[in-house]
Design a protein around this ligand. Sequence first.
Ligand SMILES: Nc1ncnc2c1ncn2[C@@H]1O[C@H](COP(=O)(O)OP(=O)(O)OP(=O)(O)O)[C@@H](O)[C@H]1O
Length: 544
Amino acid sequence: MRRLRMIAKRPFLQSADQDDAVALAFAAFVQATNPDPGLVGAAFLAARAEQQGDIGVDVGALEGEQVHLPSLGQDLDLRACLDAVPADHPWLVRDLGDRLYLRRQHAQETRVASALAARLSAPPTPLAPAADTWLQQTAASLDAFSRVQLDAARAAAQSSLFVLAGGPGTGKTRSIARIRMTLLRLGPNQRVLLAAPTGKAAQRLRDSLKQLAPLDPDTAALPIQATTVHRLLQQTSTLELADALIIDEASMLDLALLDRLLCLLPMHTRLILVGDPDQLASVEAGRVLADLIEHLAEYDPGQHQHRRLRHNFRAEASLQPLANAVLEGDVQAFRDALEVPLSPATCVEMADAEALQQWLGRSLAARLQSGAVWNRDLGLLCALRRGRFGAEGLNAWLSSSWPSWPSADAGEPILLTEHADEMDLWNGDLGWLRSEAGVQYFEIGNRRLPASLLPRHEPGFALTVHKAQGSEFDTVVLVLPNRVSPILSRELLYTGITRARKQVVLVGSAAVLEAALGKPRVRSSGLYARLRLNAQVPGAKVAP
Ligand SMILES: Nc1ncnc2c1ncn2[C@@H]1O[C@H](COP(=O)(O)OP(=O)(O)OP(=O)(O)O)[C@@H](O)[C@H]1O
């Protein structure tokens, strides 16, 4: 028998230990009310699942594993933990057969599943003639790929819930523009809200849509605003009056956030979710976009409520085979993609942090010397945050050695870690700290702000893959840890690789890369199963 975790023997230093510490505190709380070892073990398992981003634990899938709790001094069989949970327990729930939940997460999942199911079973609304005419006229002048985007807009404008999925460069943003143009023609003064889970993503969406506004001269003059989902939740009257809400980067939506949104969003407001379900999931618990798209692939074969965009408009970079191999976890295809002549992807292995610094010093300096701009042409991404192979370690080293680098006199890259609404600055924004005539200023895009007004920030030389989500660079140098780490997964590798427009350099050993490829989607949730249960007649949607 394998032990799930030897928690008692490890120092409380790594992030996994922090997960354990929170779960142990909850287990101790439950133990104070009922010392039944199984129940205490169940409390630990359910709380730890939440800390790891899961919604509940599928105990059936972990058959044969055990958990060891220092406070009980014994190994516990997982099934015994599950069986110890009474139906009326105030904090724990057993559901969907062998799934163990925190009651709060269970309530969220149940509410989200029924709200989504209600929207999916709502009959399609007929298209307003103005929208229909515009779609037909526009389609006549478009190529086949653009017509796919227009078809998605037609379907979205008739659905209470529509999901648009696609990898990087598949035209999601352009599709959002076309969806918005269609929605605005559904009636007079249509209120179409745009949002994203992070401020930075909202800002990017707004800027991209402004650039695409000339596609439709009739609506080009209408103001384009995008905000965060969190902020929308504080504007209940705006939500109540909205005719439609489009959320970009929906892979970053967590279950609790979607639950709050669905509780406030009136049924008459269409909800359109857009994102890449293969990217890293939300920071908080859940994998809602991935669960929803998996469900719709079965439930909506006619694709009236979802579309998956597959054509990559940036395919000239030919990084697609590598990204596909990662998604499939196919080690041989991954090796082949690296070895193909003129491959835009290479792999290097570094024995230790000194070797890594020497190599980065040579190869990045050469790129800077030939004119590359940091965080535009070149992105240095790390799988880990901590340690000398992580973003913090590399930032510390680069900050101290930066004055001797080529192009250092152009300033230092900075990452904002806090919003400053009044200056339209967002957590995650990248800019430059520069100085002129002895005065320091912050430059972002074509704006200059006094450095003294900067919100919280940190060096922006190296970014974690999580922080880089949504950004793109011509070349990505992706630094993996020199040892196998529980953080590594296919999603992380995929998200890192797909930040590159043209070229990717993977820094990692074959063992570390293969460990990441061997670790499929790590999150667990019951939402997909619950959506299936709630679907009234699976696979029987009729054409609108
Ligand atoms: N129908 C189209 N015809 C020609 N080019 C297109 C079309 N749709 C999108 N593109 C181009 O493809 C590129 C990617 O498009 P877009 O930004 O909409 O994709 P995306 O899926 O949102 O990408 P990402 O997720 O990387 O932001 C852009 O340069 C865009 O101009």
